[in-house]
Design a protein around this ligand. Structure first.
Ligand code: ADP
Ligand code: MG
Length: 336
């Protein structure tokens, strides 16, 4: 019989990393969310081989205090929690203090950061438990993170990665979601040395046009509605629109996949149009952060509403009103 043994810290972190880091796009999500949390106005993403070989994210956010650089790469260390009742006051995208440490367990991670008060930047590399630095480096205020050779020490994981173009596609889609939620930030994306995306900081409408296209805006209905602390805005594809669109749902600026919201949208469409069409659009729901739990899963795309039924009714009603008000008389309308 084999005896029980305690796992080594490296193995523990590799296992934990599996929950957060599934593929290059999950790394990219964590890095860009960190840049947004740091108040960046410009985010530059450089990818090689779909991000498997290299993911680099540069920002002009507030940087990392020189004394905190090694903490940034440590598990369960974060600068983002409120002093009292922290899990009920999450207003940042990150809060678990796990992402960089998880990456360092499954890739080679280099963080280079400079704060406004510092005369130079500091850089530090962690790979498979080995640490290099911190040592002085040159860069302007902000932070750059480079993640290289993802899963090179964990071949079981690496096997699940798809082709370069598939992995790039996931990264591109991920950046779209983040860019839709942050029109005030300029995003750039290059792959294999080719500049592919440039979304300059503009209005939300211009950002939606840039990402979902002029056709989408021409064929969609604007939505704007409030009920107490609940607020919904965005654009939904007209039920009779010829084109299709993805569905982008955001809760307090965070892209989510949520059954309750998807169901509310589908229900509203079914009221005006029979059939099982997946209604496309981009919708932003905001509510009191204390009334929604974002700590359901490490990837944070799932949320739990404290008053799910009220949220459902509000979203359904807001869409229903818009769809019935603007749907021309030719459309059949079924009152439920
Ligand atoms: P979390 O985002 O949950 O705090 P991370 O592992 O993603 O955990 O990051 C750890 C810490 O490193 C953050 O709390 C933040 O203080 C710092 N950090 C990471 N990326 C950046 C960045 N781009 N700019 C400024 N600080 C950063
Ligand atoms: Mg983070």
């Amino acid at each position: 019989m084999k005896r029980i043994e305690a796992l080594s810290p490296l193995l523990i972190s590799q296992i934990a990393a599996g929950e957060v880091i599934e593929r290059p796009a999950s790394v990219l999500k964590e890095l860009v969310e960190n840049s947004l949390d740091a108040g960046a106005r410009n985010i530059v993403v450089l990818l090689e081989e779909g991000g498997v070989r290299r993911i680099q994210v540069e920002d002009d956010g507030h940087g990392i205090h020189p004394d905190d650089l090694s903490l940034a790469l440590q598990a369960h260390a974060t600068s983002k929690l409120a002093a009292t009742d922290p899990l009920n006051h999450i207003v940042t995208l990150g809060f678990r203090g796990e992402a960089l440490a998880s990456m360092a367990a499954v890739a080679r991670v280099t963080v280079t950061a400079r704060v406004a008060e510092a005369v130079h930047a500091l850089t530090m590399t962690v790979s498979g438990g080995q640490v290099e630095g911190p040592r002085p480096a040159a860069r302007s205020i902000g932070c750059s993170v480079v993640v290289e050779d993802l899963f090179s020490h964990t071949p079981a994981r690496r096997k699940f990665l798809r082709s370069t173009s598939t992995e790039f596609g996931h990264c591109d889609e991920l950046l779209r979601r983040l860019a839709l939620a942050h029109p005030e930030v300029t995003f750039r994306l290059s792959h294999q040395g080719r500049a592919l995306r440039h979304w300059p900081a503009l209005t939300l409408e211009a950002r939606v046009r840039g990402i979902l296209g002029e056709d989408f805006l021409n064929q969609s209905l604007p939505i704007e509605d409030s009920a107490g602390p609940l607020h919904l805005s965005g654009w939904i594809l007209h039920p009779t629109a010829a084109s299709r669109a993805e569905q982008y749902l955001f809760v307090n600026g965070r892209f989510v996949r949520d059954r309750l919201l998807t169901q509310a949208v589908r229900q509203a469409y079914q009221d005006v149009l029979h059939g099982q069409r997946q209604p496309g659009g981009v919708l932003f729901l905001s509510l009191d952060p204390a009334r929604v739990d974002v700590n359901v899963h490490p990837a944070k795309t799932e949320v739990r509403f404290e008053e799910g039924q009220a949220v459902f009714r509000f979203v359904w009603q807001a869409l229903h009103k818009t769809l019935t008000r603007t749907t021309p008389g030719g459309l059949e309308f079924v009152e439920r």
